[in-house]
Design a protein. Sequence first.
Length: 291
Amino acid sequence: MRDQAYKLRILADRHKPEKVATIPGPRVIAITSGKGGVGKTNLSVNLGLALAMMGKRVVLFDADLGLANSEVLLGVAPKFSLFDALFGDKSIEDIMVTGPYKMRLISGGSGIQELANLDGTQQARVVEMLSYFKDSTDYLLIDTGAGINKSVLGFVAASQEVLVVVTPEPTSLTDAYSLIKVLSRYKLHDKVYLVVNRVTGDKDAQQAARKIKLVAKKFLGFNIEHIGSVAEDAAVLRAVRNQQPFIIAEPNALSSKNVEQLARLLATDDMEPEKSGAIEGFFGRLLRLFG
């Protein structure tokens, strides 16, 4: 535990504002959770598609090590991953695949683990590749792994905004609070939003959100905004079995409407953060955090 705390202090120390060249770019949003099995990846895929349906240019970065659930849900099979761009001769365009509504997917693969081992030339290559996003992307969604580890916290700390996905289950709420406690204690992020998944109704959603908000405020002095909920819906299960995003398979389902509402909220001017230098700042911070 002492060793983990030391690593988190190092991570926090690296998470400091830095001056970066101004490169207009997408909003960078990390979608994470305190535990697996809460529907984080499914939400990431469908939220990205909801934004794409609104005419937004979306890239989904699958940073969940060892899993390819987003690929399965989108019905695509990337031939290359981040590793091939970092250590091979592939460009950003080469490693991306295009899914429905022109949403693009990048598979992190083993490249995520290798972020800690980049030399100066490879780091410069990453920065050079960033120019692709300058005029081609409105939203970069990062589907992180679940839990509390360096990979998850690195992506969370480097992003502009964080969506924490929970369910009303007590274990999910407890694990989400543990994640939020780490973010607060080590000052890794202060722009954290809560999305409650698999709710049986508005009361269910509000109760779950209230529990986390109250304990975070009381014990951490940390403010969290509940910005959306997604219904427990048979349509989601049917879509998963058919390896389809539910927002496409059953657009009139309550779960689909919930995700559309969340996308519209994220796209409002009130939710829009400062974008100047966002993408270069993201990768610059990421390289420092993983290094």
